[in-house]
Every structure is written in structure tokens, then in C-alpha cells.
Design a protein around this ligand. Structure first.
Ligand code: FE
Length: 170
């Protein structure tokens, strides 16, 4: 009799625990972001060389920098979205663009934090933070902490890395 009671209690405890696990699993699923994570594009440098122009390959794949005031977007003021020149991922909105006077298109924020990757870059005797496209890994430019409000950041981006699309992608 006593054994029967113990097994009933054990069963109730197991059922209770299972219920708890199920409820928590459902809550965890709801907390997942609505949009899936970025799926990376992995192409060989030889493939990129075929796809990109010489200037695009130099900047996007070899961390090159266009000469200031020579790019197509440093003095560009239309409303729209700047996408990655290599993979077309939306990167920056005209609503965050500002005139930095540097000769490179400048933004105070990316269109989505998940669309860019930031890496410490110690090249050329400087400690800078490199900005890359989160999907194709293409080099975009650097981010500095001397930008305007509201973020105080200055994403200094090569025009060559971007393609402007007149109507908002989002
Ligand atoms: Fe890209």
C-alpha cells in the first residue's frame, strides 16, 4: 500500500516536471527573434574576382580604401537604402547618413546591427574597428566613436562597397 502511494507521488512529480519543461520550452521558442540569423555567403577569392569589378575586389576583398571625395556617395543625399555592392544585403539607410566632411559616406548607425560585423583592425600602425558585411564578409570601412547623436558613432564607409537603392528595402 505504502509502495503504491510512493509511486503515485513519483508519477505526479514526473508529470509536473514534464509540464514545467514543456512550458519553458514554449516560452524559449517565443523569445527567438522573428527573423532568422544571416546565412553567410562563402565564395573563394577567385569567384569574387570574377563577380566584382577591380575596384570592388580591391576594397571589399582586399581591405582597400577608395581615395576620399572620389566615391559616388560621399555627397549623395537621396532617400533610400544602401546595400552591399557584393551581396545586396541592406546595410545603411539614408536616414542615418550625415555629412562628416571626410570625403567618405558616413552613417551614425547600420540599418540592422546584425547586418554588419565589427572586428579590431591593427593594420597601418593604428587600432581601428573594421566594419564588414555580415553576409558576404566584404570589407566596408571602419567605425569611429566621434560621430553625431544619437549613437556617437561614425561608420566611415567606402562608396565602392555600397549600391544605392532609391526606395527603402525594409
Ligand atoms: Fe555583402
Amino acid at each position: 500500500m505504502n509502495k503504491m502511494r510512493i509511486s503515485q507521488v513519483t508519477l505526479a512529480a514526473v508529470l509536473g516536471l514534464m509540464g514545467y519543461i514543456l512550458v519553458n520550452a514554449a516560452t524559449a521558442a517565443e523569445k527567438k527573434p522573428a527573423r532568422p540569423a544571416i546565412t553567410k555567403i562563402n565564395r573563394s577569392e577567385a569567384e569574387w574576382k570574377k563577380i566584382l569589378t577591380a575596384d570592388e575586389f580591391y576594397v571589399l576583398r582586399q581591405q582597400g580604401t577608395e581615395r576620399p571625395f572620389t566615391g559616388r556617395y560621399h555627397d549623395h543625399h537621396e532617400k533610400g537604402t544602401y546595400v552591399c555592392a557584393a551581396c545586396k544585403l541592406p546595410l545603411f539607410s539614408s536616414s542615418t547618413k550625415f555629412d562628416s566632411g571626410t570625403g567618405w559616406p558616413s552613417f551614425f548607425a547600420p540599418i540592422d546591427a546584425k547586418h554588419v560585423e565589427e572586428l579590431v583592425d591593427n593594420s597601418h600602425g593604428m587600432r581601428r574597428v573594421e566594419v564588414r558585411c555580415a553576409r558576404c564578409g566584404g570589407h566596408l570601412g571602419h567605425v569611429f566613436d566621434d560621430g553625431p547623436k544619437p549613437t556617437g558613432l561614425r561608420y566611415c564607409i567606402n562608396s565602392v562597397s555600397l549600391k544605392f537603392e532609391g526606395k527603402s528595402v525594409r
